[in-house]
Design a protein around this ligand. Structure first.
Ligand code: NAD
Length: 271
């Protein structure tokens, strides 16, 4: 697995496994993933599966030090509840440190949470601290009022929502871009897009692999989700080919600045 070096020197695997919505029925897939090359798991307190992750890590037989764990503090726990929420995540994940701890959304009191996270970082309980779903103005605020530049901003990024301006700003400030929802939550239109499928055919790859490769060539980390071993394997096999400059430009042209939203009523992602 290749790594990015974060702004504090910590190494983060370029590909992680997104575990949003994973349930106990997915435990075998998680164990399979850990035994077959995944070294980075992206969870969150809000996903309510940190205990499942702990169980899968234990059963995988891997050492804790060989797994990079990202988890996130939920909006309701920002401010005064952050330390307690962090301890809860540690307990559920059955570990004594977190590799990357993120503020899930820039909701009320995120600055107070940041200062709690800076203390936990200094105490060595977190190896790197970062944020998620932050726009430039949130990043400006946190860097102005906090003492630490976030190591990561995890944001929705896919060929239809390329986030070029924010990416450039983050690059300038040494904030690693991590793409959540790289396939637009398995968006069929995206995965069947002719520009992507044509490039995929040329390399004997799939559109999903082209999307992951395109991100990595932009220096973006990816956390695709799957509990299907064929796809899990496919999503790691993106280091044996490279897109040409021309192909990167063709993919750039797919940007629609179109954001997907979670519809809590129907429990669906809508575009
Ligand atoms: P995704 O874009 O990773 O899409 C996942 C879906 O794509 C799968 O369910 C499957 O249907 C399909 N898929 C996976 N591999 C494939 C392949 N090789 N070929 C074809 N189809 C394939 O969606 P996601 O799960 O929403 O995002 C990934 C991760 O990002 C999440 O699991 C979570 O960890 C994280 N995330 C973070 C936030 C945040 O607010 N920070 C929000 C959403 C997701």
């Amino acid at each position: 697995m290749e790594h990015y070096v974060l702004n504090n020197g910590v190494q983060m695997p370029k590909i992680g496994l997104g575990v949003y919505n994973m349930k106990p029925k997915d435990e075998e897939a998680l164990i399979w993933a850990l035994r077959n090359g995944y070294q980075h798991l992206d969870t969150a307190a809000a996903y309510r599966n940190e205990e499942l992750i702990a169980s899968a890590m234990k059963k995988s037989g891997l050492n804790r030090r060989d797994i990079f764990i990202t988890t996130k503090v939920w909006s309701a726990d920002l401010g005064g509840k952050t330390k307690q929420a962090f301890e809860k995540s540690l307990h559920k994940l059955q570990t004594d440190y977190i590799d990357l701890y993120l503020i899930h959304w820039p909701a009320k009191h995120y600055l107070e949470s940041w200062s709690v996270m800076e203390t936990l970082y200094k105490e060595g309980k977190i190896r790197a601290i970062g944020v998620s779903n932050f726009e430039q103005h949130h990043l400006e605020k946190i860097m102005k009022q906090g003492k630490t530049t976030p190591s990561v901003n995890q944001i929705q990024t896919n060929p239809f929502l390329q986030q070029n301006d924010l990416h450039e700003y983050m690059n300038k400030h040494g904030i690693q871009h991590v793409a959540w929802g790289p396939f637009g939550q398995g968006n069929k239109q995206m995965l069947a897009n002719p520009v992507l499928t044509e490039i995929a055919d040329k390399y004997n790859k799939t559109a999903a692999q082209v999307i992951l490769r395109w991100n990595i060539q932009r220096n973006i980390a990816v956390i695709p989700k799957s509990s299907n071993p064929v796809r899990l394997k496919q999503n790691l096999e993106v280091f044996d080919f490279a897109l040409s400059g021309e192909e990167m430009i063709k993919i750039s042209a797919l940007d629609q600045n179109k954001r997907g939203f979670f519809d809590p009523k129907n429990k669906l992602f809508v575009w």
